[in-house]
Write a protein that binds this ligand. Sequence first.
Ligand code: B12
Ligand code: SF4
Length: 657
Amino acid sequence: MKPLAALRARSKGPLRVLLVQLPIPELVFRRVRGNELVAPGYLKAAAEKALGGRVAVEILEREAVDRLGDAALARAIAARAPDLVGFSLFLWNSARSIALASSVKQLLPEAAVVVGGPEVTRDNPWCVSAEGVDVGVVGEGEQTFEELLRWCTGEGPAELDKISGLAIPGAREVHYTPARPAIDLARLPSPYLSGAVAVEFDRTISVETLRGCPFKCSFCYYYKQFSKVNAFPREWLREHFRYAREHGVRELFFLDPTLNARPHFSEFLDEVVAANQGLGLDLHAELVADMVDEKIADKLERAGFKGVECGLQSANMTALKAVNRMCDLERFASGVTRMDRRGIVVKTDLIIGLPEDDADSMRRSIDWVRTRKLDADVQVFHLMVLPGTELREKADTFGYERLRRPPYYATRSRWMDEPAMRRSIEHAGEVFELDFDPPARPLAGAALASGTGYWSRATVERGFTREQAQEVATSAANAVTVTVRDLEAGRVFLEEVARANPFATLDVLVAGAPSIDDLRELKEAGATPDAYLNGYHRFQVPRGSLVSTRVSALASEERLDLEAVVPVIYEKTVGSWRDVGEHLERHEGQAVLFHRGPGFPGTSEELVSKLLARDGDDPDALYFSCAEDARLWDERARQARHEEAAPEAELAPASVL
Ligand code: B12
Ligand code: SF4
């Protein structure tokens, strides 16, 4: 019997449900920001409200989803012995989640797997037809999920396909049941107020006040996901601010597609001003800048908005018209400037590759944003032909060649080929003096955290066997730093880590005196070509480069030959102040790593102060193997420059392996 049907036939105890939402992958192990478990929170709260004790819904905690590698995650899921596992699929996690579903089934063959989220659409059947998936939920999920769970507990219609909003995999194709109409948001319990999710370390909450969007930009899925624009009840806003006050929240993100696409926005802002009075939350939202006049800008400031995102996408009106996007360029610029003057940081978005945009018009758009000073914070995206969008339906008319799997990039249009797209991104980088999504530096410094059941950092010495590697590989984190001190043992180790964790990112530091071929071989051994970052960074790296496995060299002698190919970090064990000075002098302008020798006389405070006086202008160039040195360096050198903390400073140090 298939798992779903078997669930319906079972009789005893509550149905155990586990919800899993994997984060946006990172190149190095760090505290993940932004993986707010809002969707699982809604689903849990709605299911428990409707089914009471007949279901027990658990959300796999951030400590697990944000950190574990593929093998450890499969075990963590199986250990909870759920009857049903629900995955939230976004383009950054869909391939990984689906592979994970299949691994979970091997450990737990009776468990049923349900997928939902913006990847599950009628034109994107691959994520439902994949092995390991039993059923998909299309669009707004709460009501459909509730009915599906009822079905699993033996209630409701005998046939599954009587439930609206499902994608049911068949032998040949996926069968879609009728679309689910918009649900009554007044009945919906909140993920936060219900206690389904808690405030995390970043003290942020994400709140919707509207679902859907009245605009219909053809590249966007926001307005297609929810069948109409639907508002949450008025008290919802005040209740969430009250919750924020009681739970020490510092920042609130509105998830509404377009916060000001509503009648009476000015009155809505009055309510926000009142709710945030005396609380002082930093607020963030997406807005249409054209609709921000002086009065609205004043109210945004008074309400506590610190950051807003405004999509310009292109300054070429023909391109905007081709994607049904309305914009008045002058009003857009005035709106952004008004907010900017009030200290609200405006993120202006541009998209490269829209229909009717060629290299010249893209160049003009970029230059326009620059000359109008709309680039205080700018994001340049590459066009994604997203599932469920009108643009995908019309893709052939526009001559799009595109990736059929995430991130669904357009690689050619009638107006631009791939080299032209790459040049546009380069041009944007030059004009805005930005490196978009720069990779985090290698974690060559202090030892990293190991949590219960996983490791994120390992040093492989001679004598480490394949059997040992196989055992260790199953508890790797989702991003690991491996220092290789023996080439053969390192190769075997990396092979096993990559095999057990095909979506992991591996940062490999090779010590000794490797040749370029050795480095190549290690990169191949640790390759995880299916990892999302390889697709995501496609336009920033040479064609075919593997981003998810990075190899750097740890050298004690000058290696100019390697410097042309990989990052090189010069390491030295220092026993005196003189050693420190010599190491810096010898490697001026290069990255250096200090190991504290046993007799080194200085405290962390002294070492960091001296180095700051000397080399404080490039915090990224200095690494420390002593955790306290690294922490202090980070605190002083970066904070002096108002920079975000380096990833290694964010997690408590502990040794591993
Ligand atoms: C917050 C947000 C982010 C956050 C991260 C969110 C996170 N969880 O980590 C940030 C700001 C980091 C982000 C970044 C990006 N985002 Co974004 N983001 C959103 C946003 C605004 C809200 C997501 C959300 O929580 N919604 C609220 C919940 C309730 O809705 P939901 O998640 O869809 O869940 C409902 C259903 O889908 C369903 N459901 C969901 N999961 C499950 C699971 C089961 C089992 C079931 C039954 C049902 C179900 O039920 C839920 C309740 O109704 C959405 C737009 C939107 N309004 O949804 C875009 C959206 C998710 N982002 C999108 C995109 C494209 C991006 C970027 C790739 C943009 C870019 N070009 O760089 C980047 C990612 C960068 C990268 N490195 O890849 C797309 C994703 C499309 C897709 N196919 O996945 C969306 C849909 C917007 C769009 N353009 O149409 N994003
Ligand atoms: S791009 Fe923005 S304005 Fe356009 S449909 Fe999507 S959410 Fe609405």
